[in-house]
Design a protein around this ligand. Structure first.
Ligand code: 8YV
Length: 315
């Protein structure tokens, strides 16, 4: 068993028991900001002593919180995406930041494929069809994956895992990325427009940055085939959701599988009325195994930091 470190961690936002339990096991003092009533007073009293923060991709950290922690040295984030952290601002202050890449690649790629199968084979409608006792007539025909073109936008570590699974499904993989990768066997398409034109399934696996904000907009959606589907396991911000809804309404594309939304949690949307979409609650990494591995990596990074060793997954 690892020895508990005499160290204080400030946890931001509502975090899972998997992360909290591990933090409590490994570090002597854990403050959960979410459960502190007088937050201003907490920052006044303790802010100057806190050097380590644990947060997550969905919570991040605000500039005000960074400012209220003048001795902050490390932000350990649970999640691979770090669009909720102002990295430049933190780095200017000399704060180190870690995330949890790679340990979630398999589950996120599985989710991309699960949504791909679900939209193509109309899984949700087919399930309802049986449950509602409608199986007196045959279910309408659905769409095959094999021999179809899977266009991946963003050939990073997650994109590569999606590509392997798409190949296993008999698909032809093409991709667009900021730069062509010389270590992947898939056809590189030089522009997003051309990728959108060619893909039968356009899968988004790119990070959310100021450059990728609404990268999927009316112009790109207009390029897609009316028989094509779009799958998003990246971030809601990469799609102009209003434009997507319009495109689905007017049958400009065949359907969508979405794990992420422009506003999360998403509790109401015109998408809810559409049976050509399959929606999941930003849960791509949400398996016991992957969340455990992510929590462990957060704790390992913090342990390395307190022991003055090099960080495992610095940003
Ligand atoms: C997490 C994610 O579910 O890793 C990411 O970037 O979006 C997800 O894996 C989420 O951030 C956990 O809070």
């Amino acid at each position: 068993m690892t020895q508990q470190l005499d160290a204080t961690i400030l946890v931001l936002g509502e975090q899972s028991d998997i992360l909290l339990n591990l933090l409590k096991k490994q570090f002597s003092t854990i403050y959960e900001l979410e459960h502190i009533e007088d937050k201003d007073n907490f920052f006044k009293e303790n802010g100057k002593d806190i050097i380590a923060v644990a947060t997550s991709s969905n919570i991040g950290i605000t500039k005000e919180e960074i400012d209220a922690l003048p001795k902050l040295e490390i932000i350990a984030s649970f999640g691979v995406g770090y669009d909720s952290i102002d990295i430049d601002y933190a780095k200017k202050r000399g704060i180190q930041i870690t995330n949890t890449p790679n340990v979630l690649n398999d589950c996120v790629a599985d989710t991309a494929m699960m949504l791909t199968y679900a939209v193509a084979r109309k899984l949700i409608s087919a399930d309802a069809y049986v449950r509602q006792g409608n199986w007196i007539s045959p279910f309408p025909l659905t769409t095959s994956l094999s021999k179809k073109v899977c266009g991946i936008l963003g050939m990073g570590n997650i994109g590569e895992e999606i590509a392997k699974r798409a190949v296993a499904a008999g698909m032809e993989v093409i991709y667009h990325n900021r730069t062509e990768k010389n270590n992947v066997p898939y056809h590189y398409v030089a522009t997003l427009e051309a990728l959108a034109e060619q893909a039968d399934f356009l899968i988004l696996a790119l990070p959310s940055t100021s450059q990728t904000q609404h990268i999927i907009n009316t112009n790109i959606l207009e390029k897609m085939k009316p028989t094509a589907y779009i799958i998003n396991i990246a971030r809601g911000s990469v799609i102009d959701e209003k434009a997507l809804i319009e495109s689905l309404k007017h049958e400009k594309i065949a359907g969508a599988g979405l794990d992420v939304f422009e506003e999360e949690p998403c509790t109401q949307s015109p998408l809810f009325e559409m049976d050509r979409v399959v929606l999941t609650p930003h849960y791509a990494s949400g398996t016991y195994e992957t969340r455990q591995a992510m929590a462990l990596l957060v704790c390992q990074n913090l342990t390395q930091f307190f022991n003055k060793n090099s960080l495992i997954t610095p940003i």
